[in-house]
Design a binder for this molecule. Structure first.
Ligand SMILES: Nc1ncnc2c1ncn2[C@@H]1O[C@H](COP(=O)(O)OP(=O)(O)OP(=O)(O)O)[C@@H](O)[C@H]1O
Length: 298
């Protein structure tokens, strides 16, 4: 779906991306993971033409990017960034509606879609529709940014640290919600983060970058259990590594947690219920992971 071929990029004297070759498949969630300054955002911005490579080419659905009008391209691509960039003088409703109105959708259709997507990201239109961005918390604003991108029905969604303003519980919730929406809509998603935990708990595959070079591309399990080189090993060691391990194990159980368990913080009984029912051979590891994760979360 998205293909980086021999990409190279410099800013002045600084070589920021070197020999980047990466294929992102249709419908997958690819996480670009790496330390600050490793080139993640630059790669992401190349997908919607906000940066151009010096060498190499990017193809989307087998079409080279440089041959496509930018406006047409961006209609297919949703872009969600850390600083949400909502229009400050528009209400939440109007912020989400903007793109539909630009497409000349009828107001009745606009209303249905805005309500649907606000509802999907957990904010009711009756409560939030009339608020202005300055009246929202950071996390709410990030959710609205997500709804605004999703309402346009993009084929591809690019996310740059999209959940960073959220507290741990809301973060976990919205990660899961977004993941469900992404699968349901068969969206091809590329997400930038430097948070190992976020990467392993959400990604189909992770592309690990260091100093502008791809170190490894693989599933979270491959990255964690089969690091290809020293650089990958270093990235996933220590506390972050432990948390990531916990999260990988938890991917097994989170879908089985009772829906309200997170809200009620009645996690222990919910997890134990699951473990009893599931007859998992990894009880000890999952349970250990769970307690570590809970310590961190609560
Ligand atoms: N427009 C620009 N002009 C000059 N240098 C830039 C520009 N954009 C990025 N850079 C440099 O390129 C390097 C990679 O930046 P990039 O934003 O891609 O990194 P990143 O991995 O996303 O980092 P972070 O996690 O801190 O956001 C950095 O050293 C940055 O200073």
């Amino acid at each position: 779906m998205i293909n980086f071929q021999n990409i190279e990029k410099s800013f002045g004297e600084q070589l920021v991306l070197k020999s980047i070759n990466l294929e992102i498949k249709k419908g997958e969630l690819m996480v670009l993971l790496g330390a600050s300054g490793s080139g993640k955002t630059t790669m992401l911005r190349m997908i919607n033409g906000l940066e151009n490579p010096d060498f190499g080419s990017i193809q989307i659905a087998n079409k080279r990017l440089e041959n496509r009008p930018l406006l047409e391209l961006r209609k297919e691509i949703g872009y969600v960034i850390q600083k949400v960039g909502l229009f400050p003088h528009y209400s939440v409703y109007d912020n989400v509606a903007t793109i539909l109105r630009l497409k000349n959708e009828k107001e009745q259709v606009v209303k249905e879609k805005v309500e649907k997507w606000l509802d999907k990201i957990g904010l009711r239109v009756s409560v939030y529709g009339r608020k202005f961005p300055a009246e929202l918390s950071g996390g709410e604003a990030q959710r609205i940014g997500l709804a605004r991108a999703l309402v346009a029905k993009p084929k591809i969604i690019l996310l740059d640290e999209p959940f960073s303003a959220l507290d741990p519980i809301s973060r976990l919730k919205i990660r899961n919600e977004f993941r469900e929406i992404q699968k349901e809509e068969k969206l091809t998603a590329v997400m930038v983060t430097h948070d190992v935990l976020e990467a392993v708990s959400m990604a189909d595959r992770i592309c690990l970058l260091a100093h502008g070079e791809i170190q490894q591309v693989g599933t979270p399990q491959e990255i964690i259990y089969k690091p290809k080189n020293q650089s990958v090993k270093e990235f996933v060691k220590g506390d972050q590594f432990q948390a990531a391990l916990a999260s990988v194990s938890l991917r097994e159980i989170i879908p089985f947690l009772k829906a309200d368990a997170l809200e009620n913080q009645d996690l222990d009984s919910s997890v134990l219920d699951y473990l009893q029912e599931a007859d998992s051979t990894y009880h000890a590891i999952v349970l250990n992971a769970f307690y570590k994760w809970k310590e961190e979360l609560l």
